[in-house]
Each structure stands twice: as structure tokens, then as C-alpha cells.
Design a protein around this ligand. Structure first.
Ligand code: PEP
Ligand code: MG
Length: 337
């Protein structure tokens, strides 16, 4: 039983509810607070790598401090940290006033800033430039996050805390994407750990949240040390349903008996679950000790938990406040088995 938690505070709450680790730390949530968003915006609108690196250097200490706090809260337990996932324009200013202010802060002409914001807009952002695609386009982002995780781990370890970092790459569709990002992390790990004269064991794994990733799990498992099923995106992409908009008509589908449940709440075991099953089987065949978990919203839903138990997943991960219900469901699933 793990928790989805993004801050040291949430991690402490999760642990007090009985979480045995963090299954998903969404690092983007750390970028919204206070002056962090300004540094994030500076990074996004930078037109060359040097400008991005300057802004990333401002984000590094903030992210490192958060990770250290999370490791401390989860002393002795595994912490899965996911690299930046959402499309970059989610971080940009909304509306004229905010844009004006940002242009002034960054000492840019407003017209130039507007042009950059416009160029980042996507028709279909959920299928766009997000997840590992960002880290592939801008490896310096992955590098900064990898550095923040590992430096935080070393600092925590030096204070006597037992750290078990698991670095997770989002929205992988092919093993080559995974390998590309893994190489960036391993390179930064060599430099950070070498420079600090420390050794730390850590895992590098992936979200399985696209049908292609599930179907090619045997290839991905050759490189990835764990899979975490992101069943929010996996439901979205398998069923071709927008997770942001489908609520407009899903209730009528349920009223008419076309769907028994909202598939974003209760796992569609016949379709999405089948893909999960394929990935579990193929992943384990290639790497018998592969760690398998689920971190989509379904990880806190009793019937979906029962399904995960039957597939033999190692853990489910959900929001801290859903942990008590999820623990009960997991216990029932174990007793029924
Ligand atoms: C998922 O897609 O299931 C997931 C956990 O990631 P997110 O909800 O952040 O896209
Ligand atoms: Mg996702």
C-alpha cells in the first residue's frame, strides 16, 4: 500500500495513514508554488539551452529540498519520483495581466513573450509534447531533476535516513525513449555520486500508461527495473476518451447501460485491464523480479484493487486520504484469494 504524495507534508500524512512508501510523486506540482512558477516560466520561454539551464539552476535547490523532506518522511520506505510530465504551456501565464507581469519580470518584450506562448499551444496537449518527450527534447530538465533526487538522497542518507529512490519516466511508448532518458539519469548519477564520493542504490523504471508500452512491455522490461501502471492515461488512450471532458456524456452511457461504471473510477478490466495483464506477464517473463504497481486513481478503488491483487501486483498507490479504504480493500482481496 503506497501513496501518491508530492510534498513532505503529504508524505507525512500518508505515512500516518499507513502508507508503506510513495508510489507516485508528481514533481510538476512542486513548480507551482510561490516564486517557483517564475523560474519555471523563465525556463519554458528560454530560447536556448543556456537560458534553460540558468532557470533550472534556480529550481534545483527548491526541488532538492522537497525531495529531502520526502525521503525523511518516508525513512526506510521506497519513494517513486516521476520526472516532469505535463505539457509545458500548463505553466504559462493565463491572461493579459499575468503575461504583462511576466514580460516585465523576465525583461522581455511582451510581443516576443506572446509569440512564444502561442508557439507552445497544442490542439491536443494530452497527446502532445509531454512526458518523456519533454526530457528527450530538453535533456537538461531530466538532468536537473535527476541531480535534485540524488543529491537529496545523499544529503538525507548522511543524516542517517534510509533512502530508497525510484526514478520514474513518464509517458513512455517505446523502449528507445526509455533508454534515452535512462542514459541521461545514469550519466548525472555518475557525476553526482562520484562528486560526492557516495554510493546509493536506486531504481529507474517507467510508467506504463500508453497501450504501446503495455504491448511492448517485454522490450521495455529489458531496460526498466519497475513498471507503474498509470491507468488514468491508459484508460484515456485505450478507450479514446478524454479524461478532462468525458464527464459530459459518460453519465448518460452509464444510465443507458452502455458502460457499467465510469472507467476513470473503476478499472475497465476487460479492455484496459487486459493491457495491464499483458504487461505484467511479459514484464515478469523478461525480468522475474520486476517491481509492479499501479498509481492511477484506480489504485484507491476497491474493485480495481481486487483486480490488481489477482494480477499479482506488488503494490497499489493512491491519494493519502483513500489509504484507509484501500487497505481494507487490499485485505479483502487477500482473504478472498
Ligand atoms: C496516470 O496517468 O494514471 C497517472 C498516474 O499519471 P497522471 O494522472 O499524473 O497523468
Ligand atoms: Mg499519466
Amino acid at each position: 500500500m503506497r501513496a501518491n504524495a508530492d510534498t513532505p507534508r503529504d508524505a507525512r500524512i500518508a505515512r500516518s495513514f499507513g502508507a508503506e512508501g510513495i508510489g507516485l510523486c508528481r514533481t510538476e506540482h512542486m513548480f507551482f508554488e510561490g516564486d517557483r512558477i517564475t523560474a519555471m516560466r523563465e525556463m519554458i520561454v528560454a530560447r536556448e539551452e543556456g537560458g534553460r539551464r540558468r532557470a533550472l539552476n534556480k529550481l534545483l535547490p527548491m526541488q532538492r529540498a522537497d525531495f529531502e523532506g520526502i525521503f525523511e518522511a518516508m525513512d526506510g520506505l521506497p519513494v517513486t519520483i516521476r520526472l516532469l510530465d505535463p505539457p509545458l504551456h500548463e505553466f504559462l501565464p493565463h491572461g493579459g495581466e499575468e503575461t504583462k507581469l511576466l514580460a516585465r519580470t523576465l525583461d522581455m518584450a511582451r510581443a516576443d513573450l506572446n509569440r512564444i506562448i502561442e508557439s507552445l499551444r497544442e490542439t491536443n496537449p494530452m497527446l502532445g509534447h509531454r512526458g518523456c518527450r519533454l526530457g528527450i527534447s530538453y535533456p537538461e530538465i531530466t538532468e536537473m531533476q535527476g541531480r535534485a533526487i540524488l543529491e537529496a538522497a545523499v544529503r538525507a542518507m548522511r543524516r542517517g535516513i534510509v533512502v530508497k529512490p525510484e526514478i520514474m519516466i513518464p509517458l513512455v511508448s517505446t523502449v528507445k525513449e526509455f533508454d534515452n532518458q535512462r542514459a541521461v539519469i545514469e550519466d548525472v548519477a555518475d557525476r553526482v555520486l562520484g562528486g560526492m564520493g557516495e554510493k546509493i542504490s536506486y531504481l529507474i523504471g517507467t510508467m506504463i500508461e500508453l497501450p504501446r508500452a503495455a504491448l511492448t512491455a517485454a522490450q521495455i522490461a529489458q531496460s526498466a527495473e519497475f513498471f507503474s501502471f498509470g491507468t488514468n492515461d491508459l484508460t484515456q488512450t485505450t478507450m479514446g476518451l478524454s479524461r478532462d471532458d468525458a464527464g459530459r456524456f459518460l453519465p448518460s452511457y452509464i444510465d443507458r447501460g452502455i458502460l457499467a461504471d465510469d472507467p476513470f473510477q473503476v478499472l475497465d478490466t476487460e479492455g484496459v485491464g487486459r493491457l495491464v495483464g499483458i504487461a505484467v506477464e511479459d514484464g515478469r517473463r523478461v525480468r522475474p523480479n520486476i517491481k509492479l504497481g499501479i498509481c492511477g486513481e484506480h489504485g484507491g478503488e476497491p474493485r480495481s484493487i481486487s483486480f490488481c491483487h489477482k494480477l499479482g501486483l506488488d503494490y497499489v498507490s493512491c491519494s493519502p486520504f483513500r489509504i484507509p479504504i484501500a487497505r481494507l480493500a487490499a485485505a479483502h482481496a487477500a482473504l478472498d484469494a
